[in-house]
Ligand binder design. Sequence first.
Ligand code: HXC
Ligand code: NAP
Length: 293
Amino acid sequence: MSMQNTMLRADALKDRTVVITGGGTGLGRSMAEMFLRIGANVCITSRKLETLQKTAKELSEATGGQVLPIECDVRNHLDVDRLVASVVERFGSCDALVNNAAGNFISPTERLSPKAFEVIIGIVLQGTVNCTLAFGKHWIAKGERDKAILNITTTYAWTGSGYVVPSACAKAGVLALTRSLAVEWAKFGIRSNAIAPGPFPTKGAWDRLMPGELMEKFSLAKRVPLGRMGEHHELANLASYLISPFSAYVNGDVITIDGGEWLKGAGQFSQLEAIEPEMWDSIEKAVRGAKGS
Ligand code: HXC
Ligand code: NAP
């Protein structure tokens, strides 16, 4: 299936405006495309205006929708204030914020400098906080309701993970923010939810998490019970639902979309799948033979 296979009908987000941080590349770009295909106006932001402009042109040509590219470093709250003003000026309002921008790389933690932690936590956690605060305050001040915040986190937000520790700390914070504001800001008509993706191929992630031979050495697909990686339209369809009025009663949840990957890692005996079917005869015999011992 492709990005054209939209789960929701073509006018599901008509007259709605969605801001996607990190929307020029990878999963952010794919979400932008799908939101456009179901009628939304979209604003994509990141640090690289040239990339954003190219993506905006390609997506508006492909979908006929309106795409506003805005340069904005989510770590800088003045940039974020300007982002809010630009979106309101162009589209009148904003209905959903997708906090998707991230930074990450693999490294043994003892090799990291304080600055390395700072840069990842700055993009992922402080960046999400900056955008959430700016849009949230705007909505609350204007008395606008029926708003959705969607945070892109990961499955190691709750398990933790070695070798990506700054990201794990930051994503855990994003999850806490999601759940906290789901309760606190519900009275303002603002919902907060999160998606925790498993492996979805993107250049940004693969270059930094699976460089060189690592991809062959540690097959990601083999870790997934469904035996494959995610397809972008699968995540984009889920995101469409979570920012749409169809999910109006979903608030404070984190939806995992990983083919069962993290549970497989957690299950004590998951590795028994390596046992060939014919070996189970002798194993069963041995286990039955243990009766009474
Ligand atoms: C150790 C490193 C390092 C490395 C950078 N640093 N790379 N330390 N090992 N491989 C250190 C630097 O030495 C520096 O510290 C500090 O980190 C900041 O590095 P800069 O290069 O100056 O930062 P910057 O140019 O702002 O780049 C940020 C970045 C970069 C995060 C390092 O990778 C980036 O721009 N990423 C954006 C996109 C991205 O990461 N996408 C992947 C998301 S995937 P010192 O002390 O030396 O100054 C994802 C998936 C999660 O999140 C789940 C997967 C299943
Ligand atoms: P990606 O293409 O590298 O996306 C990250 C985006 O964030 C880029 O567009 C980048 O653009 C932007 N960004 C980085 N720093 C920024 C900053 N300071 N201000 C504004 N934008 C910034 O990688 P991806 O795989 O699509 O990741 C998207 C999201 O999915 C992330 O939240 C990631 O953690 C999550 N995720 C991905 C996977 C996966 O398997 N791919 C798995 C779990 C979770 P610029 O460099 O132009 O700023």
